[in-house]
Design a protein around this ligand. Structure first.
Ligand code: SF4
Length: 339
């Protein structure tokens, strides 16, 4: 469905400036933005993706978050488009597609919420393509979902202007924010973006009491140096909090990086060890199985608290207040875990 977009400015010459994300695309009549889903028609900006879905499924929350209702199911939906063009994108089939993607279908916000309810799921998750380019739809679904006592989570690259985020953040319960590397060079050379606004958005979520976890996909020869990973984890502990969960994810050949090998196991383990050495308390390794590296341990007494395998919770060892049963430390896990 085509809908007038929010967050744009019109100029006298018929062009518009989109101010939804830090790219601030200036579009002449008929031009589309870098995200491929916002188009200038006759001096007005339209979103072409409102109610356009490319997938709906019931997924374990562990695909997105480990410290938010562990073991819960989510009603996960995606659309098309992204503000970035990372050549290693694992979801490039939809993230780099246009709004005329062949395998799309339509659902209105109320339909999404009703479908989730029908399946007995009370968490809506916006995943796979960049939810911020789907802004109006994400906000409208999230608002109705909240009115129905449900929760909303996003898997995002965090590339949105703070002005626009102000209109969405009150409906967001939790996010997993992707960090593409820890330098402006990586963001500009590979993603067609910038790092600084992403870091500001991460802080903004925390200031607004939104639960946050971070994912760092380690791509061989791009962002895998321990020096760079060390700067990333130092930023997490200095600027966010040492208790923010960090996921190091394994890269597999995809999109324009078909010729690269998967991330070596040693690199993932070295990154996790470094993060612990630098003081982070909850560090995970994803997309590969290493015994214990998907599990939550108490940072004080090291007791195993939540065991996971292949995105499923297999055991929970927490008090009813989400404390370590051995030493009593309060663990930053939101919600009662399901098993
Ligand atoms: S949301 Fe899309 S059109 Fe708007 S500034 Fe960002 S990339 Fe450009």
């Amino acid at each position: 469905m085509i809908k007038v977009a929010e967050y744009f400015e019109s100029a006298n010459d018929g062009s518009v400036r989109c101010i939804l994300c830090p790219k601030m695309c200036i579009l002449k009549d008929g031009e589309e933005g870098a995200c491929k889903v916002r188009v200038n028609y006759n001096g007005k900006l339209y979103t072409m993706a409102y109610g356009i879905l490319t997938s709906q499924s019931i997924q374990p929350i562990e695909k997105t978050l480990y410290h938010f209702y562990p073991g819960a199911k989510t009603f996960s939906i995606s659309s098309v488009g992204c503000t970035f063009n990372c050549p290693w994108c694992q979801n490039f089939g939809i993230s780099q597609s246009k709004h005329d993607f062949a395998l799309k279908f339509e659902m209105m916000p109320n339909d999404v919420v009703e479908s989730a309810k029908k399946y007995g799921v009370n968490i809506i998750s916006f995943v796979n393509n960049e939810p911020m380019v789907w802004y109006e739809f994400v906000r409208d679904v999230s608002k109705i979902s909240r009115e129905n006592g449900m929760k909303n989570i996003l898997f995002t690259n965090g590339y949105i202007s703070i002005g626009a985020l102000k209109g969405l953040v009150k409906y967001v319960d939790a996010v997993n924010l992707d960090i593409k590397g820890f330098s402006e060079e990586i963001y500009s050379k590979y993603c067609n973006g910038t790092l600084a606004p992403v870091l500001d958005v991460a802080k903004y979520f925390i200031e607004n009491k939104v639960h946050i976890e971070l994912t760092y996909l380690i791509v061989p020869l791009i962002n895998d140096s321990l020096e760079e990973i060390g700067r990333f984890v130092d930023w997490v502990s200095d600027q966010l909090n040492a208790s923010v969960p960090v996921h190091f994810a394994r890269f597999f050949p995809a999109y324009k990086f078909q010729d690269r090998p998967p991330t070596p196991a040693d690199t993932l383990i070295a990154a996790a060890n470094l993060a612990y050495e630098h003081g982070l308390e909850y560090v995970y390794v994803k997309n590969v199985y290493f015994e214990g590296l998907e599990d939550t341990h108490c940072p004080r007494c090291h007791m195993q608290l939540v065991s996971r395998y292949n995105f499923n919770v297999s055991n929970v060892n927490l008090t009813s207040k989400n404390e370590c049963p051995n030493c009593g430390l309060k663990i930053p896990i939101i919600g009662k875990p399901y098993q």
